[in-house]
Design a protein around this ligand. Structure first.
Ligand code: ATR
Length: 270
């Protein structure tokens, strides 16, 4: 998805640059980073499963990567490889677009895998007033929560992802974030939260973009809640990558549009 949307933005900026998708195995990660540096690449966007492993091959990481504990962008600058993480920024901007400030919000995050962990750390740093991290395997959520140092005003806790916990928690929640894989293709007919537990006062954010409208988001809209989809995550991650690596600011609107078109094209043609 990234080459399609980023190349449209690079073309619009008139930059003689291109984004290509390269498959790198874990065995070749170090040589891939060194090769890209030697070949004069401006940067690398890094995805699963390399987001943590890449760190030891870098010269430094900035605060965004420090907070998240993972890197999704490497910039080569004056011979140095610098790690960043724009996932948290992208999530915050996606919420802001729908008029939601993370600071002061009561958040429930579903999922304590790579994505849930990063978002919990980022939203805590951005000043959410409370964060409850819910996971099917509660121990995983507990270990994420233990690593976050809350301020005196913050409450950060872990709970099992059950209907009883959700029923008690959601009436006291402003923003519900789904960072589990429930609802993603090929499980698109599933939802992590029964519809009857959703309510009008909620903002429901699903970081998944495949499908664009998950069952969770569709049911959230049906009960009158604000639904935020995963396209912003992709668009803002690419915005940061282009900004950091080229110094130019690409059009988020264009990238969003190309992303939606591409998703429709893929769903029609498989
Ligand atoms: P990612 O890096 O995208 O977060 P991951 O690390 O594999 O991927 O995490 C997947 C998340 O989805 C986990 O929180 C997982 O819960 P467990 O830690 O209990 O495995 C959650 N998940 C996956 N399938 C699920 C299901 N059927 N019901 C509830 N949670 C599920």
């Amino acid at each position: 998805m990234t080459p399609a949307i980023q190349n449209a933005a690079l073309r619009e900026l008139g930059l003689n640059m291109v984004n290509v998708a390269l498959h790198v195995t874990a065995d070749n990660l170090e040589s891939a980073v060194e090769g890209a540096r030697s070949l004069g690449f401006l940067g690398l966007m890094v995805t699963i499963p390399h987001k943590v492993a890449v760190i030891r091959h870098l010269d430094m990481i900035d605060e965004s990567a420090e907070i998240m504990g993972t890197v999704n962008l490497v910039q080569f600058s004056h011979g140095k490889a610098i790690g960043y993480n724009s996932d948290g920024y992208a999530a915050r901007r996606s919420l802001e677009e729908s008029g939601i400030e993370v600071a002061g919000s009561r958040m429930a995050i579903l999922g304590a895998g790579g994505a849930g962990k990063c978002l919990a750390r980022r939203f805590a740093a951005d000043g959410a007033i409370s964060i409850t991290l819910l996971n099917r395997t509660v121990d995983r959520a507990l270990s994420v929560v233990r690593e976050i140092k809350p301020t005196d005003q913050q409450r950060i806790s872990a709970q099992p992802l059950t209907e009883e916990v959700l029923a008690a928690l959601l009436p006291e929640t402003d923003v519900l974030v789904n960072a589990t894989s429930v609802g993603m293709v090929p499980y698109a007919d599933e939802t992590p939260v029964p519809k009857r537990l959703l309510h009008q006062g909620l903002v429901v954010y699903d970081i998944v973009y495949n499908p664009l409208e998950t069952r969770l988001l569709r049911e959230a809209r049906e009960v009158g809640a604000v639904a935020v989809d995963g396209v912003g995550m992709l668009a803002y991650t690419n915005e940061r990558a282009v900004q950091i690596c080229t110094g130019s600011t690409p059009s988020v609107e264009l990238m969003r549009q190309v992303c939606v078109e591409e998703l429709h094209r893929r769903s029609l043609h498989g």
